[in-house]
Design a binder for this molecule. Structure first.
Ligand code: SF4
Length: 369
């Protein structure tokens, strides 16, 4: 399990090692075909900031070679905001008083139809809060079966499950699982997740192993940028990715670097990442791993997403609602966070075309299951 591997690495020493990287280390990393985690640390370090243009060039070239001129599109569908956790940065935190929504099967189907009217989406990400009593595996299985006729590619972003539960959902059409570790800083993790199931750092961290053991086809990883030193967090994530690739080599992986957005409760980020820094991180990840899918959500602004489209990013969401029922059932309910790119899917797709790229709506067929 990865928790045993992670315990070999000390947070503060990793941070110091990143901060001590030099121009020489950056140039050496940029001269290599296959990069180690140590090289990745050089590329995310402050020493790499003056090399942004070289990194962008290299990242663009690798992305073109591996993915061509394509951007995959997906859309999230929140089906419940009921949650027993108390993540201090989240509007769905159990301490925030508002009427919780758990969509019924009929409402989930209505949302599927509303999404289909927004655009030819075929990759759906089903999102829930974490409340296993009212929205557990049975509920997820039911949701997958309802959504299946509308979308070929179904992923979930839900509480970490047991391996056997992932396997059960795969039998109901599940293709991918997205889970954000939020932070790899074990001691600080508890500060942000003081109660509920999510306060168990190990259970969440080892959830990726359970996904791999169950044969989940695609695993999405991420840390929440705004909690702890982002350079250290993404280095831990790079180590985690390499570990997973070695152990679950048949699985595909995606990474996401969500920057904290305003949410109910008013939590202020501890760390602010600039656009230049997010670009640096995106380039570093692409150079480090040519195959990994790099995803940007509507947390990012239209301008920034447009600029990054040709430089390493390979999938994007569009037209997203972050409230359950937000597409048709409860268009005014509380969002998990405020989106930044409010363009319609049609507009996003037109922009992708204008830049000479092809929009990939469908990249999986249910017959592959
Ligand atoms: S981040 Fe997820 S688990 Fe945490 S309070 Fe929000 S919905 Fe619940």
């Amino acid at each position: 399990m990865f928790s045993e591997v992670l315990s070999q690495y000390d947070w503060d020493s990793t941070r110091q090692a990143i901060e001590s990287k030099t121009e020489h280390d950056v140039l050496r990393a940029l001269s290599k075909e296959r990069l180690s985690v140590d090289d990745f640390m050089a590329l995310v370090s402050p020493a790499a900031a003056p090399f942004l243009e070289e990194m962008a060039h290299r990242s663009r070239e690798i992305t073109l070679r591996r993915f061509g001129r394509t951007v995959s599109m997906y859309i999230p569908m929140y089906i419940t905001n009921s949650c027993t956790n108390s993540c201090v940065y989240c509007g769905f935190n159990r301490h925030n008083k508002f009427d919780r929504v758990i969509l019924t099967p009929e409402q989930i189907e209505r949302e599927c139809r509303a999404i289909k009217e927004l655009g030819p989406f075929d990759n759906l990400l089903i999102v829930t809060g974490e409340n296993p009593k009212v929205a557990g595996v049975d509920y997820l299985e039911c949701a997958l079966r309802i959504c299946r006729p509308y979308f070929n590619n179904l992923s979930i972003e839900v509480m970490p499950l047991k391996s056997i539960e992932y396997a059960r959902l795969i039998a109901s059409g599940l293709n991918g699982v997205v889970c954000f570790q939020e932070t790899y800083n074990r001691s600080r993790y508890k500060v942000y997740h003081p109660a509920g199931m999510k306060s168990n750092f190990e259970w969440r961290l080892n959830g990726y192993d359970r996904m791999g053991q169950a044969g989940v086809h695609k695993i999405g990883m991420g840390v929440l940028i705004g909690l702890e030193d982002w350079r250290t967090d993404v280095t831990m994530m790079a180590r985690h990715l390499k570990y997973l690739q070695q152990h679950y080599w048949q699985t595909r992986f995606s990474v996401n670097f969500p920057r904290m957005r305003p949410a109910e409760g008013g939590f202020q980020p501890n760390v602010v990442m600039t656009d230049r820094e997010l670009a640096q991180l995106t380039f570093a990840f692409r150079i480090f791993d040519p195959d990994v899918d790099i995803s940007y959500s509507t947390r990012e602004s239209p301008e920034f997403r447009n600029n990054m489209m040709s430089l390493g990013v390979t999938s994007m969401s569009a037209g997203s609602k972050t409230d359950p029922g937000g597409y048709s059932v409860y268009p005014q309910s509380l969002e998990q966070f405020a989106v930044s790119d409010e363009r319609s899917p049609e507009k996003v797709a037109a922009e992708i075309h204008r830049m000479g790229y092809e929009v990939v709506w469908k990249d999986w067929d249910r017959s592959f299951d």
